[in-house]
Structure formats: C-alpha cells, structure tokens
Design a protein around this ligand. Structure first.
Ligand SMILES: *Cc1c(COP(=O)(O)O)cnc(C)c1O
Length: 393
C-alpha cells in the first residue's frame, strides 16, 4: 500500500502525467479511419513539428523509444553499413547493441560516462574516413543514465566541416521538451523520441522526425523494415491517417501536451528545467556528494545523476526512500548499478515538487546512514527563491 497523498515519481521517465493530459486521454476512442480522426491527426502531425523545430515529417509509432531507435536505423541504413556511435552511457550502449543485432557495423567511441560527446573525436573519425564509408553518426542528446547532455550542433558542425555525407541521428528521448532542440537549424537528419519523458505522456508513443536527406536515403536503404517503414506512413499521414491502428488516446494526450508546452512557451519550459537542474546540483554540492556528470557544459536539464559514497548501496538507499517517503528515484544503470542514483526533474514539475523531492533525498540520506552534510534542501530553496525575486522584479 503506497499510503495517502500523491506518489513522487522522480525517475527520469516515465514522468508525472498532468491531470489535464489524463483527462484528454480518457475521451472515448473514435474510428481511426473516420473523418473526425483524420482532421484531428492532420493537425497533430503538423503541430508536433513545432516541438522538434523541424519542417520534415514526424512519424509517430505505437511503440516505446526503443522502437523509434529501430525505426531510425532500419529505414535509413543497409546491412553492413558503418555507423559512428558514442558511448555516453547506458542508452548509447543499448542503441549500439541494437545496431550490432541489426547487422550494422558500429564504431563505438569509448568514454567514461562522466560527460557528453566530445565533438572533436567525431571530427577525427570523419576526417580520417576519406572514402566516406561511415553512413551515419548517432548520438544521444540527453544521456539519461548519467545526466550528461551533448552539444548536438557541435556534432553537426563536425560533419559539415569535414564535408562528410553521413546522416546525423540524435536520440532526444529524454531531452525533447525539456532542453532546447532544433532539428532543422542543427542539421539533424533523424530525431528519435518517446512520449513518457519531457512530453509528459504515459509510455507508448515513439517518434522519428525525419529530414529530406534521410527520407531520400531510405528509398535505397536495404535493411528489412515493415511495421516501422516510413514509406508505409507517408501516404496515409498526408491526410491524417496511419497504415495501422494508431494509439488514438495517446494522440489525444499528445495534442494536449503540445498545447500546454506552447501555453507556457518552449523557452520558459527549457528555462524552468535548467533552473531545477541547477537547484538540484546546488543541493548535491551542499550534501558533499558528487554528480555523475563532471563537465559543467554538459549538465542535463532533465535529470541529475548522483554518485553514492564508496561502500554505500544506492539501491538500498532508493528502497528506503520508496518505502518511507513514497518516492521513486532512478536507479544506476549497467556499470553505475548500485553506485549511483538519479533524480528526475523533468516534465510536469514545479519548485515545490522539487523541494519535496530533495527533502525526500536528504531525509533518506540521513536514514540510510549515508555520509553527507545537511543543508542541501536549503541551498536549493535559497537558489529558487532568489531566482523568483529577480524574475518578479
Ligand atoms: C528512456 C530512453 C530510451 C528508451 O526508451 P523506452 O521508451 O524505454 O524504449 C532511449 N534513450 C534515452 C536517452 C532514454 O532516456
């Protein structure tokens, strides 16, 4: 029994679904081949572009983010194609494993999971690839296993500066609608996303935002694809329909989410996330703990990964917090298992929710006997209240 009051879902996805979106989703499911649906979805397929800041099509699948990864790789590439990938953390590693399984030939640039992509290393690989064998560069924008953000436009610059024809694929599953992302301006060919993080929806939708160049590449790409085929989507999408049954009710929720994002203003949404991320880091620093991300230019808006002091179990700490305070924190993944925990601060989230979250962490540290200094919550409150005064002035 979780007990009274709202559960604090502070994992970095799925995130808290606002009541407004829950109410939008609970409308009756309609005929997805009927006129009412076509009109609704046509508008939605256009308005979702304002979130990706793209002019090309956005394909929406009834799938999780992992399905959208597969859609990106299989539509754009052929068996044995070389792809350049970057080990920012667990999610980048999973995408690379998928590329292996699909019969691609990934080169994986190793890293220590404490920062985002170093674009110079991408530039080096591309500059040495004078035969242009690399067909795609794949990076994760916000690496959700660490809380490190990569500077996507610098990666795009590396491709442009080396005059390399490779496609740029970017995983924006946990950054979309939490940190600025500009598909067209940053010359991204395929952006991969999911519904359950910054978009504030339940899990179940996967996205591919696709450039003209990637659409063109898909016509001659030979990896097998069926369910995820862009080619099957293009014609029905043009009039607001799908080749098979879409997740109708999640699409209602998506339309509501896009309205909410624009009512607040995308820039205000990003600023809110950046502010909560900074407040969280101030708390972590005051506790005397270390963030997983060690590069200040790469701090992510969506979440903060925190290293557990040597000899203490992050999972035991999370279990105690869940049982005592009814709050879920993210676990350490793969090589950070039991060594780190993650505080999600993205989606439908405000100052007092962050204050509650950090209070739960600070009380948990005390209860679990984890060596720390008090005052992390206070440091975050001081930062947030000072910020509010300057915003009001
Ligand atoms: C959550 C996440 C995924 C995987 O998405 P699923 O919906 O769990 O399949 C991929 N990449 C990143 C960066 C994520 O945060």
């Amino acid at each position: 029994m979780p007990g009274p009051g709202r559960h604090f879902l502070q994992i970095p996805g799925p995130t808290n679904v606002p009541d407004r979106i829950l109410r939008a989703i609970e409308r009756p499911t309609i005929d997805h081949r009927g006129a009412e649906f076509g009109e609704f979805a046509l508008k939605l397929l256009s308005s979702i572009k304002t979130v990706f800041k793209c002019s090309g099509p956005v394909f929406i699948y009834p799938a999780s983010g992992t399905g959208a990864w597969e859609a990106a790789l299989t539509n754009a590439l052929s068996p044995g194609d070389k792809v350049l990938m970057y080990e920012t953390g667990h999610f980048a590693s999973q995408w690379k494993t998928m590329a292996d399984r699909l019969g691609l030939a990934p080169t994986f640039i190793a890293s220590d999971w404490r920062s985002g992509v170093d674009p110079e290393r991408i530039r080096d690989h591309l500059a040495r690839d004078t035969a242009h064998a690399i067909e795609a560069v794949c990076v994760v924008h916000c690496e959700t296993s660490t809380g490190c953000n990569s500077l996507v436009s610098d990666v795009a610059d590396a491709i442009v500066d080396t005059a390399h024809p490779a496609l740029l694929m970017v995983d924006v599953v946990s950054s979309l609608a939490a940190a600025d992302f500009r598909q067209d301006e940053w010359r991204v060919d395929i952006a991969v996303s999911g519904s359950q993080k910054g978009l504030m929806l339940p899990p179940g939708l996967g996205f591919n935002a696709v450039s003209e160049k990637a659409l063109e590449a898909s016509k001659s790409a030979r990896l097998p694809r069926s369910f995820f085929s862009w080619g099957e989507m293009v014609a029905p999408n043009a009039s607001g329909y799908f080749p098979y049954t879409p997740a109708t009710n999640l699409l209602y929720g998506l339309a509501e989410a896009i309205d909410m994002l624009h009512e607040e203003g995308l820039d205000a949404v990003f600023a809110r996330h950046a502010r909560h991320s900074e407040a969280t880091r101030r708390a972590v620093a005051a506790w005397g703990l270390e963030t997983v991300c060690q590069n200040r230019e790469h701090y992510a808006n969506s979440l903060t990964g925190v290293m557990m002091p040597e000899g203490h179990s992050a999972d035991a700490f999370r279990k105690l917090v869940a049982e005592t305070f009814n709050m879920s924190l993210g676990n350490g993944l793969a090589k950070l298992a039991d060594r780190a925990f993650r505080i999600g601060h993205l989606g439908d989230f405000n100052d007092l929710m962050l204050a509650g979250t950090l209070s739960g962490v600070e009380m948990g540290l005390e209860l679990a006997g984890v060596p720390h200094r008090r005052g992390g919550v206070q440091a975050a409150l001081d930062y947030m209240s000072a910020g509010s005064q300057s915003a009001a002035a």
